[in-house]
Ligand binder design. Structure first.
Ligand SMILES: [Zn+2]
Ligand SMILES: [Zn+2]
Length: 108
């Protein structure tokens, strides 16, 4: 058997289908020659399927302090994005509206 030079289907790089590999393929009963180079095959192996545990995050900039942050949804631009700290401050001040404090005074 002789070494063969094949072209990778993915990256178009020429790679060696060595006599040893050919023998391995023959032993396994594979009829097709490898379609991809070693690198691309390794890449396909490691590209893991979505598990659900890893969520997509999007880069965003805090509208209040201009700090770079990430959000679990795609920023659409119609709502300001806040970092974790500013979000806490903003949501807190939203709760402390005059109406709410008036109610608190009435009950307290
Ligand atoms: Zn390749
Ligand atoms: Zn912020």
């Amino acid at each position: 058997m002789q070494d063969k030079t094949l072209t990778c289907k993915d990256c178009r790089t020429e790679f060696a289908f060595t006599a040893r590999d050919q023998q391995f393929y023959a032993e396994k009963g594979f009829e097709n020659e490898p379609q991809r180079c070693r690198d691309c095959r390794a890449l396909r192996k490691t590209s893991r399927p979505r598990t659900g545990s890893t969520r997509d995050v999007f880069d965003a900039t805090c509208a209040r302090c201009n700090v770079a942050t990430t959000v679990p949804f795609k920023p659409r631009g119609d709502r300001p994005i806040y970092c974790r700290e500013c979000y806490a401050i903003v949501s807190e001040s939203a709760n402390a509206s005059p109406l709410n404090s008036a109610t608190l005074h009435a009950t307290g």
